[in-house]
Ligand binder design. Structure first.
Ligand code: NAD
Length: 243
């Protein structure tokens, strides 16, 4: 570990797979220290050697998540938070039970909500920080059998705007990245490989997103290159759903 040589620590939830893993790879290459949180290690060990640490935690356990973040913040400046942990179990609205709704609410909205609460005091004290929350194009477009997911992802948009206003004078920026269909395990939970890739034909740029597309946008929002951008929702969708 060499925190002195890095640009500072970034906490990434959902680091074991898909967009979270790719974001860790991208930010590690840009000389940030990575603190990855996930309920499973997943692909974390595929990361290149570097300054990274894995913390096994369920983001629904808000107190453990808070304690893990505060422990880290006591030793290293935390300059960024990226909340990628998320779930999508498709269920038609009239068949949706309360337990499934609560599960989505806890992982997709309350997890990020309390992760921000855990990280902000340290960012406020140091006078800088960048938070990137992950929503989805579905927050705006809606999606059949995804009312519960859309509701949580819409909540992220309101949370980010409010936090952006509340923290701007502390030097903290809060933005959202909203991916369209992206090539990770998530869309394969309810569609075959061929069906997922075929969605690219309807996208203006002719393909579904790659995790790298999303990771590079997140890395831009974390970096000082975006120092005058806060409260925004960057839709990385290949041109799909323009409205
Ligand atoms: P993924 O399934 O590949 O990865 C999600 C990660 O979150 C997994 O490693 C999983 O273990 C972790 N996770 C889930 N529940 C958790 C919990 N309770 N505690 C800790 N970790 C937990 O999914 P992805 O495609 O990389 O999705 C990342 C984010 O992007 C999600 O918020 C998702 O809603 C959003 N998103 C994805 C797509 C897409 O098409 N892939 C599109 C729009 C938005």
């Amino acid at each position: 570990m060499n925190p002195g040589g890095s640009k500072g620590s970034i906490i990434i939830t959902g680091v074991g797979s898909g967009i979270g893993y790719e974001t860790a790879r991208c930010l590690l290459a840009q000389n940030y220290r990575i603190i990855g949180i996930d309920r499973q290690r997943g692909r974390f060990d595929e990361l290149p050697a570097g300054d990274h640490l894995f913390l096994e935690a369920d983001v629904r356990d808000f107190e453990s998540q808070k304690q893990a973040i505060e422990r880290e913040a006591a030793h290293h400046p935390i300059v960024g938070l990226v909340t990628c942990a998320g779930i999508l179990v498709r269920r038609p609205y009239l068949e949706l039970d309360e337990a499934t709704f609560d599960q989505h609410l806890d992982v997709n909205l309350k997890g990020p909500f309390f992760a921000c609460q855990a990280v902000l005091p340290a960012m406020r004290k140091q006078g800088n920080g960048s938070i990137v929350l992950i929503s989805s194009s579905i927050a705006r477009s809606g999606s059949v059998a995804g009312a519960h997911y859309a509701a949580t992802k819409g909540g992220i948009l309101g949370l980010a705007r409010t936090l952006a206003l509340e923290t701007a004078r502390d030097g903290v920026r809060v933005n959202v990245v909203s991916p369209g269909v992206t090539d990770t395990p998530m869309p394969r939970g309810h569609a075959s490989d061929a069906e997922v890739l075929a969605k690219g034909a309807k996208i203006p740029l002719g393909r579904i997103g790659k995790p790298q597309d999303i990771a590079e946008t997140i890395a831009f929002l974390i970096s000082d290159d975006s120092s005058y951008i806060t409260g925004q929702d960057i839709r990385v969708t290949g041109g799909a759903g323009l409205f």
